[in-house]
Each structure stands twice: as structure tokens, then as C-alpha cells.
Design a protein. Structure first.
Length: 689
């Protein structure tokens, strides 16, 4: 478990994007122009034998679906994953060139990033080291004789493994400008539902998880029988610690996490832990008068667990959590065994990603901004940022217009909503101030495991030092080379890294309809998160504070429930349905995002005049087609099952079309009428933002 709490609660990260629309002035599919103005809608990906009125997804993506296979090293494939793959290749080129040129001196941030990359790829040294690097941690755990011993060892290892509880800094829900200490549930090997659900697939996963644990323990010299017995105990203990946690729907409501607690009450809540000594051993020197206990019910379960479980069993769980968390930093055999369960078994992957791509992923997580600066300098044109800023301003204006025009919201709540929108911070491409890695003890001569322990220690100590300090609002939660975007409710900010500002989301030379359907809808999606069922509980300053009238909140909840019911009726596999309550925030984001971006496109047309049709498609058609293009997705069945159980996002094929069924302009664009399979009656269309 990573105890760095900075973005555990605060960041709602999304995999988003978009394209599609059509008016009667052009016939659907008419090809009046011989070639596209610029890349955007790829005609070869479409299936003209399918009517958009019957199956819009396959109308836009049908030939792509027929002619595309998921690469063996991926669990899904589509616009998002293709761009991520392409971006990784761009960054690898930069990293390898820097390595060959020897540009960066020892101690620089970029040199540290290169050392992490190089030592991960040095598999000869990793395999020669065997399990020796992790042995001091395991010996410390095995030397525990009492709960007091356990706490001393545990405090020193929470940066890499924390099976019971973790402590970290994050913004105070009631005063988002200040960080306080959060006490959070520890890590588990699986998501909560896998331990508790009794369907056949969940039971199968549990059996395979036990086999995986037993296999992994044999790498650290457990014999087969001992490993199997330990694995059975570990599953039982993790299940005991999984049950009292909030379920995945309850975890979406930040009010459930708002539990300010005095340090004395924390001690009374879990007397088995000597909290004063524990936090001192962790290196926290500041007085913790008040902490936020994320899940009080869980803490009661920890107290019961620590007082009823034998020291030997507690040690067994600690050994497993440490090995599980650090397996990727050991030998290639251990790394592969870890991958075979978490990626092959859970997600259906056929082969590991190339070693250099895996190493790059490690660098991005460990020192992403050190490489991000190089990426921005090499790959991101300043004019792209300027145009994106213009689009964001236009989408915000359109969103504000939509708020003021709502027929279900009172003037009082509208005023508060507009105020919140006006206070929203926008971050584009890259941070104004880059992360400082000078205290990260990655250095020449270290092995891979040593370097990653240095990263973990730096990250953990950096976070703990922020307890009681003002929140750094300039900090970014993603590196510039990340193909994604996010909304942070406690900063009331939307963030768009440089890498998402490229096709298919954004093309500096493309027509506006395509860009509004792509990055415009991403922008709208993130803005909408400020007003979804979770983000709407925060005010314009990022504090957990109700700004709704009682009647408006009741109506908003009613409309949200309608959308949840709509999605819950969608069957993605045999007897596997979307959980509409769990995915509600993302679904509101998609619906609001498309509507906001479409309104912004109309503002652009009003200002600059109506553009010519391209390939026979109107701007409106290209907008909606663009949304569906970005969400073209192939996914392995195991990955889809895992996604439904663990991911707040609906599958790509659903995201491509379901929001559109609630948008009147989509029906007008493609002349969809009652009786058409894509038709949803006006009274059943959900209208929120």
C-alpha cells in the first residue's frame, strides 16, 4: 500500500475523450469531399453498412472493430491505449538519447530518473542479487516477539507495506488550504469485493489468489506445505480486514471520510497501538492534536484483529504484504510470477509489456516530472497550449450558460454553482514549478531495489513532512507525459497534462468540431466532476460544504438516480451489469462533458461562422462521431470483468453511445426517431447539467 495520501481522496482521475453529430442539411454518410481536411474522423474505421440510427458505435467504429486485435501485451486496445503506447515511444526516445549522450551529471533529477530506468533494465544484477535485498525487511518482521515489537518494525516499513493502517498528509476536508494527518485502512492484495462476493468468478479468483500467495512465498524459501498453509491464513486475515471497510459505492461519498478525531480519541479507539510512539517512530515530529480517521468502523476491526490474532499470524501477513508490494523490484522470475496473477489472471494479459516500457512506467511513478520536463521541451509546442486555453475558456462559458438556463434549479443554487465555476483553477500541459527530487537518494552504485527503496523513503517522508502545513496548490498529480486528465475537488481544479493534447483528443490543425468532440469533451467532463454526485459536495474553495437548497439537492439526487438506473440496466457480459451507483460520477461527467463541449462548439460557430461540411458530415455530426471514435475499445473478457468490479468508469463502448442517447442534439444530428434502436423517449432522457 502506498501511504502517500496526497491524491487518494482528492483526485478524481479519468480516462476520457470523445467524438460525433449530424443535421438534415447533409445526408448521413454522404462523401461530398474526396479527402479529409485534416486527420480526425477516420473514414476507413467506419462501417457504412450500419445505420447510425441502429448502432451508432459500429457505424463509427465497425471496420476498426473487425480489423483490430488487442496486442498481446495489452488487456485492452483503443484510442486511449494507442496514444499511451505512442507517447511511451516518444518518451523512450528521449530517455535513450539522454542516456547515450550522458548529458546529466550525478545528482541531477534527470540523472536519477535515468538511474532508475537503467537499474530496472539490469536484469543480470537483479537476478544475481536474488532475494538478498528484501531479506533485512523480512528478518526484521520475523524477529517480532510482541505487539510492541510489531509496531516498531511496522512504523519503519509503512512506506512500502502497510497491511493494517497507514498515516499520511492530505487536505483537511473542512479547510482545504491546510494538510492534516489522515489515518487510513491498510493495503490488501485484492479489491474488497473479491473477498466478499460469492459468485463463481469471485470464488475462482480467491482460489487462484491463494495459489499465487503460496507460489510467491516459496521464492523466499517457504517449503510448499508451509507456503500453502500460510496462504490460507493470509486470505482469511485479509478477508477479516476487508469486510469492515466501506463498500465501493459508499467510498464515493466524501462525507463518509470526514471524521476529525482527537489524538486521545484515536488512542482510545485502538488501544492496541501506542500511537504516540508509533508516529514518532515513523518520523512524525509534529504534535497531532487532531487527525482524520478515514473509516472509524475499520479501526474498530483493527483493534479486534490485533488483540485476537496471534503474533505469528500477524508476522505472516506482514511478510506477505511486504513481498507483494516489492515483488516487482526483485528478480525477473519473481516479477513475472507477480505479473501472472495481477495481469494475466485478473485481466487476461497474454504477455508482459516490453522491459523498457515497464521501466519507463516505473520512472514515471517515481520521478515523472524529471522526465516530463524533457518531454515538454522536445514534444509540446507552445501554440498548442494557447489554443487549448482558448477552448477551455469557451467550454467554461458554455457550461455557465447551461447552468443559468437550467429549469430545475433555483436562482440561489445557480448563483453558488456559477461562483464555484468562477473559482475553478485550470492547469494545462505542465507545472509552473517542477518537482524537486534533490533529497531522493537514488545514486550510482545502487541496485534497482535500493533505488526504489530510496524513492519510497523520499515519497513517504515528503508526504509526512506536509502534515500541518499549507496545501501546495501548485503541485500536480500527474506528469506531463500522462495521457489522462483529472479534477481535484479539494483544490477545485481541472488538470490536463501535455500528452493528452494530441490526436485523437486534440489536433492543432483539425477542424473545431473534432477538437470539441475530443479535448473539448474531456474539458467538459472534468468541469462536470465539480458538479457530479461527489464533487458537488465541495464548495468553490474546495471545502466539504453543502451549497445547495434542500429542494435543489433532492431534485439533483433524483436525476442522478435516474441516470444510475439507466446504466445499471446495461449488460456488458452474460449476467454482468454495470453498477450505475458506483459509476454515477463518471457517467454524469460524460453526459455533462459532451453537453458542455457541444454548447461550446455552437458558441464557436456563432462567433466565427458555420464551417463547411467535411466528407459530407456537418460539424455537429463530426462532433458526435469524434466522441465515439475516441471511445473505440476492445477489451479482454477478464479485464472487462475486473473493470466492472473495480473501476468507476463505464466500459468504452458504453461511454461512446450512452451519454448521447440523453442528448436531443444527437437525435437531430442523425435524424433518429421513435422506432429506431438508438431512440430513447424524450421523457426518459436524463437531463442534469
Amino acid at each position: 500500500m502506498n501511504t502517500n495520501m496526497k491524491h487518494v481522496l482528492a483526485v478524481s482521475v479519468l480516462s476520457l475523450a470523445a467524438f460525433t453529430s449530424c443535421k438534415e442539411e447533409a445526408k448521413v454518410g454522404e462523401t461530398a469531399m474526396a479527402e479529409e481536411k485534416v486527420p480526425g474522423i477516420i473514414l476507413e474505421n467506419m462501417d457504412p453498412s450500419v445505420s447510425p440510427k441502429n448502432d451508432f458505435y459500429n457505424y463509427v467504429n465497425g471496420n476498426w472493430m473487425k480489423n483490430t486485435q488487442i496486442p498481446d501485451d495489452e488487456t485492452r486496445w483503443g484510442g486511449f491505449t494507442q496514444l499511451r503506447k505512442d507517447t511511451r515511444q516518444d518518451v523512450l526516445e528521449i530517455v535513450n538519447t539522454s542516456k547515450e549522450l550522458g548529458t546529466y551529471a550525478e545528482g541531477t533529477d534527470q540523472k536519477k530518473a535515468l538511474l532508475i530506468y537503467e537499474t530496472e533494465l539490469d536484469t543480470v544484477a537483479r537476478n544475481a542479487a536474488g532475494i538478498a535485498p528484501i531479506q533485512p525487511l523480512l528478518e526484521a518482521i520475523n524477529g517480532i516477539q510482541s505487539l510492541a515489537d510489531m509496531q516498531t518494525v511496522y512504523a519503519k516499513t509503512t512506506g512500502v507495506a502497510a497491511p493494517f493502517v497507514g498515516i499520511g498528509a492530505s487536505a483537511d476536508l473542512n479547510n482545504s488550504s491546510m494538510n492534516i494527518a489522515w489515518v487510513v485502512p491498510g493495503g490488501l492484495g485484492l479489491q474488497r469485493d473479491y473477498y466478499l462476493d460469492q459468485d463463481a468468478k469471485s470464488q475462482e479468483i480467491r482460489q487462484k489468489y491463494v495459489a499465487h500467495i503460496a507460489r510467491m512465498l516459496q521464492f523466499i524459501n517457504y517449503d510448499e506445505a508451509t507456503a500453502k498453509a500460510a496462504a490460507d491464513k493470509i486470505l482469511a486475515m485479509e478477508t477479516q480486514l476487508a469486510e469492515p471497510r466501506l463498500d465501493k459505492v459508499a467510498r464515493r461519498d466524501a462525507r463518509n471520510f470526514n471524521n476529525p478525531t482527537t489524538f486521545a480519541d484515536l488512542q482510545a479507539m485502538t488501544p492496541a497501538i501506542d500511537w504516540a510512539k508509533f508516529v514518532k517512530d515513523m518520523g512524525i515530529e509534529k504534535s497531532l492534536d487532531t487527525v482524520n480517521v478515514m473509516q472509524p468502523k475499520y479501526m474498530a476491526a483493527v483493534q479486534n484483529f490485533l488483540t485476537t490474532t496471534s503474533i505469528e499470524d500477524i508476522k505472516t501477513l506482514m511478510v506477505w504484504e511486504t513481498l507483494d508490494g516489492l515483488a516487482g523490484y526483485l528478480t525477473t522470475g519473481i516479477e513475472r510470477a507477480n505479473w501472472e496473477f495481477y495481469e494475466q489472471t485478473l485481466n487476461g494479459a497474454k504477455q508482459m509489456q516490453p522491459a523498457d516500457e515497464r521501466a519507463l512506467g516505473t520512472v514515471d511513478r517515481a520521478a515523472g516530472e524529471a522526465v516530463g520536463k524533457l518531454y515538454v521541451d522536445a514534444k509540446f509546442p507552445p501554440e498548442a497550449k494557447a489554443k487549448a486555453e482558448d477552448m477551455i475558456r469557451n467550454v467554461i462559458t458554455a457550461f455557465q450558460n447551461r447552468i443559468t438556463a437550467l429549469d430545475w434549479m433555483s436562482a440561489e443554487t445557480k448563483e453558488k454553482a456559477v461562483e464555484k465555476l468562477g473559482k475553478m483553477t485550470i492547469k494545462i500541459a505542465y507545472p509552473d514549478e517542477w518537482e524537486d527530487y534533490s533529497k531522493m537518494a537514488v545514486k550510482e552504485g545502487n541496485g534497482y531495489f535500493q533505488n526504489m527503496m530510496a524513492v519510497a523513503d523520499w515519497s513517504n517522508q515528503k508526504n509526512l513532512s506536509e502534515i500541518g502545513e499549507p496545501v501546495d496548490k501548485k503541485e500536480w498529480g500527474m506528469s506531463p507525459q500522462t495521457v489522462n486528465a483529472y479534477f481535484n475537488p479539494m483544490n477545485n481544479e481541472i488538470v490536463f497534462p501535455a500528452a493528452i493534447l494530441q490526436p485523437p483528443f486534440y489536433n492543432f490543425d483539425a477542424d473545431d468540431a473534432v477538437n470539441y468532440g475530443g479535448i473539448g469533451a474531456v474539458i467538459g467532463h472534468e468541469i462536470s466532476h465539480s458538479f457530479d454526485d461527489s464533487g458537488s459536495r465541495f464548495d468553490g474553495d474546495g471545502n466539504l460544504k453543502n451549497w445547495w437548497t434542500e429542494q435543489d439537492l433532492e431534485e439533483f439526487t433524483k436525476r442522478g438516480n435516474q441516470l444510475a438506473e439507466q446504466y445499471s440496466a446495461i449488460e456488458v457480459l452474460d449476467s454482468v451489469y454495470i453498477n450505475g451507483a458506483f459509476t454515477l460520477g463518471e457517467n454524469i461527467g460524460d453526459l455533462g462533458g459532451v453537453l458542455g463541449a457541444y454548447a461550446a462548439l455552437q458558441l464557436d460557430i456563432e462567433k466565427n461562422g458555420r464551417p463547411e461540411n467535411i466528407d459530407g458530415f456537418t460539424p455537429e455530426q463530426r462532433f458526435f462521431m469524434s466522441w465515439a471514435t475516441v471511445w473505440r475499445t476492445l477489451m479482454r473478457e477478464d479485464a472487462l470483468r475486473t473493470r466492472i468490479k473495480t473501476d468507476t468508469h463505464s466500459p468504452g463502448q458504453v461511454r461512446a453511445t450512452q451519454p448521447l442517447k440523453n442528448i436531443d442534439a444527437f437525435y437531430e444530428a442523425f435524424d433518429i426517431k421513435e422506432g429506431d434502436p438508438m431512440f430513447v423517449a424524450p421523457e426518459d432522457r436524463v437531463r442534469i447539467w
